[in-house]
Ligand binder design. Structure first.
Ligand SMILES: [Zn+2]
Ligand SMILES: [Zn+2]
Length: 115
């Protein structure tokens, strides 16, 4: 078993895409098994190179972790569009939280409100 042969391929896919599903990654690397892609992304995520964004209970999207460009996401519940936002960690009231991994804000985008 050769572990990690797809790691670099997946990382370069993620370099070009912001928030992508496992099946979309698979479409770009079709010669790999779906389960291999899944396990490799999972391993990259465990190692902190990839960040999983849980959009809802049925959808997880992935992006490169970038400590130098930390950002969060705004999800429009009407059209599903996701935008990058910056949430200042200092302003989040916490009681028993040691660290924040990500913040997902849900709301209505301006385009949907105007409809
Ligand atoms: Zn919208
Ligand atoms: Zn992002």
């Amino acid at each position: 078993m050769r572990h990690g042969i797809y790691e670099n391929r997946i990382l370069s896919v993620l370099k070009k895409e912001h928030l992508i599903s496992i099946s979309s990654i698979h479409k770009k690397i079709p010669e790999a098994d779906f389960s291999t892609i899944f396990r490799t992304v999972d391993r990259l995520s465990t190692r902190g190179l990839v960040r999983a964004v849980h959009v809802n209970k049925d959808m997880v999207l992935y992006e490169l972790s970038d400590e130098h460009n930390l950002h969060d996401h705004f999800l429009c519940v009407d059209c599903g569009n996701i935008e990058t936002i910056v949430v200042t960690r200092n302003n989040i009231q916490t009681r028993n939280v040691g660290g924040i991994v990500d913040v997902l804000v849900r709301g209505h985008c301006l385009e949907c409100i105007r409809k």
